[in-house]
Write a protein that binds this ligand. Structure first.
Ligand code: MEV
Length: 360
């Protein structure tokens, strides 16, 4: 049996802007994991996971395709398909296998915390198949394949979660142009796609520990599934796109300042994170969607009142908020106020980087 695991992630700054190629974000990998166990099988493969409520999913090869027995063409089947393409390209014999997926990223009672389980399951599955087929892929190649699998399901996903889950630690991430990669994927071999110059703007830089601050994480509830886009239709397109361009530039500037201050200047880190909160508020107003819900707003306000900085983490609309707390400040005070307003503190820490060598 082959066992792999991948950590979940949290965004620290730069969310939304990071979906635009070349715009940076900062993320942390967390010390909660999703685990994949792979065993060889005969004649067909299965995927066992608590997510497949109707029992295991069964897959077979038909020609060059992977065919699943019931609907969701999800991240696991995308990972199986891309790794099977690579296996075939390398001239290795097709073999069947079963995957068993278990996760600490969601609560056993069914609460989903938004810690990046789709990214983690993709990364852990790619890693398991890399070992099963003896492909000897580098960390960077495993990230690339996880991104290619992911964008075949969600073309707009930035891949920041995959970078955090693959590399671990604190990272600064910049996405490549995924639509260019998808176009390449349609025509060329995977070997060509993995070596293509289109990856050139993709950056994954380790940041090390932030100086003088502790990160607190609070879960504020399940995000609403539908976004309201009221404002978007009622504003002139040119005004929206000018403001969006401004948001992208402001976000880039903030993340660059954050990275520069990261290991040296806690008060600059706090100031930038407070600014990032306001940038996300502005983006929410521009799009007519609630990124900072009332609960996330309470989390941020309590942080700012205590001399810390708070902001939504990731897409917002619920899920987690993060608070950067100066080392001298009192975490207990904030945590007890959270409990009073129904915010669930999550005991999460950074999962240190386990990878060899420097990322790309
Ligand atoms: C969601 O976790 C973060 C976003 O930036 C989307 C993405 O990066 O794919 C909003």
């Amino acid at each position: 049996m082959i066992t792999t695991r991948a950590p979940g992630k949290l965004y620290i700054a730069g969310e939304y802007a990071v979906v635009e190629p070349g715009h940076p974000a900062v993320l942390m990998a967390v010390d909660r994991f999703l685990t994949v166990e792979l065993t060889e099988a005969e004649g067909r493969g299965m995927v066992h996971s608590s997510r497949y409520g109707r029992g295991p999913l069964t897959w077979v090869r038909e020609g060059e395709s992977i065919v699943v027995d019931h609907s969701p063409f999800d991240y696991v089947t995308a990972a199986i398909a891309i790794m099977d393409k690579l296996r075939a390209e390398r001239g290795l014999a097709p073999r069947y296998f079963d995957l068993r997926i278990s996760s600490e990223l969601d609560d056993p009672s069914g609460l989903k915390f938004g810690l990046g389980s789709s990214g983690a399951v993709t990364v852990a599955s790619i890693d398991a198949l890399n070992r099963f087929h003896g492909l000897e892929l580098s960390t960077w190649q495993r990230f690339q394949l996880a991104l290619l699998a992911t964008i075949s399901v969600s073309p707009k996903a930035s891949g920041g979660d995959l970078a955090a889950s693959t590399y671990g630690g604190w990272i600064c991430y910049t996405a490549p142009d995924r639509s260019a990669l998808l176009a390449l994927l349609e025509g060329g071999s995977l070997a060509e796609v993995l070596d293509a110059p289109e990856w050139g703007i993709c950056r994954i830089a380790p940041l090390g520990e932030p100086a003088g601050i502790t990160m607190l994480v609070g879960w504020t509830g399940t995000p609403a599934s539908t976004e309201r886009l009221v404002d978007r239709v009622s504003r002139p397109e040119a005004e929206v796109s000018a403001q969006y361009a401004r948001f992208l530039e402001d976000s880039r500037e903030a993340v660059e300042e954050l990275v520069a201050a990261w290991g040296t200047d806690p008060s600059a880190v706090l100031a930038v994170l407070r600014r990032c909160r306001r940038l996300l508020q502005g983006l929410g107003a521009l799009r007519g969607s609630t990124i900072e819900t009332a609960q996330l707003g309470a989390l941020c306000d309590l942080a700012e009142a205590a001399g810390a900085a708070g902001k939504p983490s990731g897409a917002g609309g619920g899920d987690c908020g993060i608070v950067a707390l100066p080392d001298a400040a009192d975490a207990q005070e904030i945590l007890s106020r959270w409990r009073e307003v129904g915010i669930l503190p999550l005991d999460l820490h950074v999962n240190p980087s386990e990878t060899e060598g420097a990322p790309a």
